[in-house]
Design a protein around this ligand. Structure first.
Ligand code: PGA
Length: 249
């Protein structure tokens, strides 16, 4: 039985002061959420404030990106070790916004996932098709290529989580229907089994992301292969994030 996970991706929102306030509200509201793993991923500059606010809570913190080297002359970048020492346990890798705006390739996803796993961070690796790709009926081909190129060379995916996030559903208010999401989640589970074996496939969590709201989370959660959510906009309000966590009971 996979334990549900809900992760909030705060993207480039909050400064240390608003992030501290939001984290404080989450700490209070999520105090009884024993059925679900909860993670929030603030911008780098707010990580320490959030880690401080969440001290003693059941909510963990993640980064939204990392560099694949442990240190070096990489202006503007942050390593796995830096995230860890700032109190992060998780990191999002290969988000579609990074793929689209920062030329992140599957090869980069692979080096980042390797680096995160080696450091002991738990990666949430994102995959998903664009609207054009869905309309061209190549969703499975795209997702398979992303998984293969981004993770294919990794031996042990034990601590890794996959997030299926159709690009056309992110920040658009148009979520995938439960059936559309489940089709891809089931396909991903099948690929995991083929590549890493039935046990790894059975235990790896596959999150859905893309316009998840309190109003649509329960229907998505009822699908067999949806193990939780990666939430953008709705994770910036403690109440809506809590209602999403309550829907995965
Ligand atoms: P959204 O973002 O929930 O605002 O659509 C999801 C994501 O980008 O992870």
């Amino acid at each position: 039985m996979r334990r549900p996970l809900v992760a909030g991706n705060w993207k480039m929102f909050t400064d240390p002061s608003t992030a501290r306030k939001l984290a404080g509200e989450l700490k209070e509201k999520f105090a009884d959420c024993t059925w679900v793993d909860v993670v929030v991923c603030p911008p780098f500059t707010s990580i320490q404030a959030v880690v401080g606010s969440l001290d003693g809570s059941n909510i963990e913190v993640g980064g939204q990106n990392l560099h694949w080297e442990s240190e070096g002359a990489f202006t503007g970048e942050i390593s796995a070790a830096m995230l860890l020492s700032s109190g992060c346990k998780w990191v999002i890798i290969g988000h579609s916004e990074r793929r689209a705006y920062f030329s992140e390739t599957d090869k980069r996803v692979l080096s980042k996932a390797r680096s995160a796993l080696a450091a002991g961070l738990k990666p949430i690796v994102c995959v998903g098709e664009t609207l054009d790709q869905r309309e061209a009926d190549i969703t499975e081909k795209i997702v398979e290529a992303q998984l293969d190129g981004g993770l294919g060379d990794i031996d042990d995916i034990g601590h890794l989580t996959i997030a299926y996030e159709p690009v056309w559903a992110i920040g658009t208010g148009k979520n995938a229907t439960p059936q559309q999401a489940e089709e891809v989640h089931g396909f991903i589970r099948k690929l995991l089994a083929e590549h890493w074996g039935a046990k790894a496939a059975e235990s790896t969590r596959i999150l859905y992301g893309g316009s998840v709201k309190p109003e649509n989370a329960s229907a998505l959660w009822r699908e067999e292969n949806i193990d939780g959510f990666l939430v953008g906009g709705a994770s910036l309000k403690a109440d809506s994030f809590l209602r999403i966590a309550e829907s995965v009971k």
